[in-house]
Structures are given as C-alpha cells and as structure tokens.
Design a protein around this ligand. Structure first.
Ligand code: SF4
Length: 349
C-alpha cells in the first residue's frame, strides 16, 4: 500500500522558514550560493516564476501596495540615510484618499502605510487609518515605536483591520540602542512595545501580528543572541535583517568584519537574476511618485510614474513598468542604470 504524504506548497514552506531567524539566514545563504545559481535547474525555476508573475500581471492581478504617508522621521539611525541628510515630506490627504479609494476599487485588500519615514510623526495618522478602514482595507506598517502611546494603540485596535506591525529596534542594551537610533530612548521604546503587547492581549487578539526587527551592525552584532532571547517569547516573529547601503546613498556603510556577511548585497560571483519587484510591488512616495521597490527609497531615481498625474492602474500597466519588466524578463537587468547597480536578489518563492 502506498502512503502519500501531503506536499507543502511554496507559501507554506515560506511561512515555515520565516518563523525562525536561523532558518531565514540559512535560506538566504543557500539562495545566494553562486554554485547553485549556475545550475540549469535553478535558472529554470527562476524563469518559470518570472513567466508566472508576468502572466498574472497580464491577467489583471493587482500588486502589493505601499503608501508613504510621511517621509519625515524622528530618529537618525546610523544605517539609514535620514542620519546623513534631511529628508522630509507628508502626503497630502487628498492624494492619500484618492489612492486608498482606487486601491479598494482595484481589489487591493491590504496596504502597507510606511516606506522610509516614521508613520506616527504624522498628526493625521489616525485619520488615515480610519480612512483605510472605511474603505474596507486592512493595513500594516513599520515603526520605531517611539510614539506608540497606549491611547493611540487602543484607538487603532478598536478600529480593527491592523494586520501586522514591524517594530524596528536596532539594539538591546541602552548604550547600543541609543548609539544606533539617536535621539530615541531605549527605555521609552521598550516600554511602549511591552505596553502595547499587554494591550493586545487584553484586546483578546492575535492581531496585529508583531515582528521585532534588528539590522545587523558592527555596533550590535555581539548582543544579537540576547536580543533574540528577549524578544522571541514576547512577539510573533524576530527578524535579524541584513543591512543595505541604499544603492550607495549611505556614505558610512560598514563593510568590515564581523558584519560583512550580513550586508544585504551580493558579491560579483552572483547572477543578477530577474527581480520580482516590477511584477509584485507598487510603492507611492509621499510626493506621489511611484517606484517598484524600496531599495531606491533614499536616492529616488527609479521612478515609474506619478500618482498626481495618473491612476495607480495606469502606472502599473503603463510603459515604464512594462519596459522595466521586459528588461528583467529578458535577463538584461545589469544593463539598467539603477537595477544594474542594485546588489539585491530578492527571492522568488
Ligand atoms: S533590482 Fe533592485 S532596484 Fe531594481 S527593482 Fe529590484 S530591488 Fe528595485
């Protein structure tokens, strides 16, 4: 008698790997192995995935949507370009409302409300959340948690639809945290997150799903095991991220040991494979310009449209997106001025 075991889908496999920081690190290492990338089987896998993504776009599948409600940030983290030059901006409410209406009408069920700023510095943050909820959408965002008061958190929990939050916490000890994320206070941020987690429990909910993430830096690498031990029992996911130099925009990038292996770049031996972003993603910056990814969020030169002039659908199905997809589809990514200099291979699973 043959016993057939259920085969996990790619999505299930991905979820399984994503639960463990060690499994994520191992998966990234395997994915970036040049010897693996050279195999016909790996290349066939990538081409199959690209063709499927292209067919889905042609069939009308909407992208994942990010809206930058504010570019301004109240921190000057050492791994972020906000620490080196002034970057400010707030998306006008009128544009925001139009984008949300259009997204809801397009069938986009969820939106990420942050790209390169701290969303809670926005005085109209709660009003925006209310608008997203009234449109029937759920939302998630990235935050440093420094302005997450219990009152604000309670109001958001009451509105519902808050599916996920990623708290960026780039240090464990006070000395390291405050050196990496000035001028924020470690005590205040850790306290805000703890109070929020208690509120979530009191609200009887498993949502929002909470991730605490930390970028690997020379300053914090020695305390990462302690960081993971502290947060793992408290939140749904702990993410230890690789750093990026934001396409060369960050001048102080630390390429030295012991964090060299955790720089979010590939070395020259790697195949610059087609990138999933032009098929899957649509980022609207605070001023309305549209990009396919956040790798260029500091430089802002990979612009594929302007939401002040066109609808999101027109942009996503327009000539600039199509030309970029064609460049990746035909494996000529390295001939593109921005994508050719981008050192990231986002995974296709
Ligand atoms: S290759 Fe890099 S810059 Fe180009 S779309 Fe992908 S992530 Fe963005």
């Amino acid at each position: 008698m043959r016993i057939s075991l259920p085969r996990p889908s790619l999505a299930q496999l991905r979820r399984l790997v994503a639960r463990s920081p060690a499994a994520v690190a191992l998966a990234k290492r395997i994915y970036r192995t040049p010897a693996l990338q050279r195999t016909p089987l790996f290349r066939r896998f990538i081409r199959t995935r690209v063709a499927a993504a292209d067919a889905a776009v042609r069939a009308g599948a909407p992208p994942q949507l990010w809206i930058e409600t504010v570019l301004t940030c109240n921190a000057r983290c050492t791994m972020c370009v906000h620490s080196e030059r002034k970057m400010v901006g707030v998306m006008p409410m009128e544009l925001f409302r139009r984008l949300v209406d259009e997204a809801a009408e397009w069938g986009i069920g969820s939106v990420c409300l942050s790209i390169y700023g701290e969303p809670m510095v926005d005085k109209r943050w709660l009003e925006r959340v209310q608008y997203v909820r009234a449109a029937g959408m759920t939302y998630n965002f990235f935050s440093n948690a420094s302005m997450l008061t219990p009152e604000l958190a309670a109001a958001m929990l009451e509105l519902g639809g808050w599916s996920e939050v990623n708290f960026s916490v780039n240090g464990f000890s006070q000395a390291v945290y405050e050196a990496v994320m000035p001028p924020l206070s470690r005590e205040r941020v850790y306290g805000n997150i703890e109070r929020f987690l208690a509120l979530r429990r009191a609200h009887r909910g498993a949502v929002p799903r909470v991730t605490v993430s930390c970028v690997t830096l020379a300053e914090n690498v020695h305390e990462l095991p302690e960081f993971v031990r502290y947060w793992q029992p408290r939140v749904d996911r702990v993410s230890i991220a690789d750093r990026t130099d934001w396409l060369g925009e960050l001048k102080k990038t630390d390429r030295a040991a012991p964090v060299r292996g955790r720089l979010r770049v590939m070395d020259d031996a790697q195949w610059q494979m087609p990138c999933p972003a032009p098929w899957h993603k649509l980022y609207v910056y605070a001023d309305g310009r549209v990009a396919p990814c956040c790798e260029d969020a500091a430089l802002r030169q990979l612009i594929l449209g302007d939401a002040n002039d066109n609808t999101l659908r027109e942009i996503y199905h327009g000539p600039a997106y199509a030309a970029l997809r064609e460049r990746h589809l035909s494996e000529r990514r390295n001939s593109h001025r921005i994508c050719g200099s981008c050192r990231v291979n986002w995974p296709w699973i």
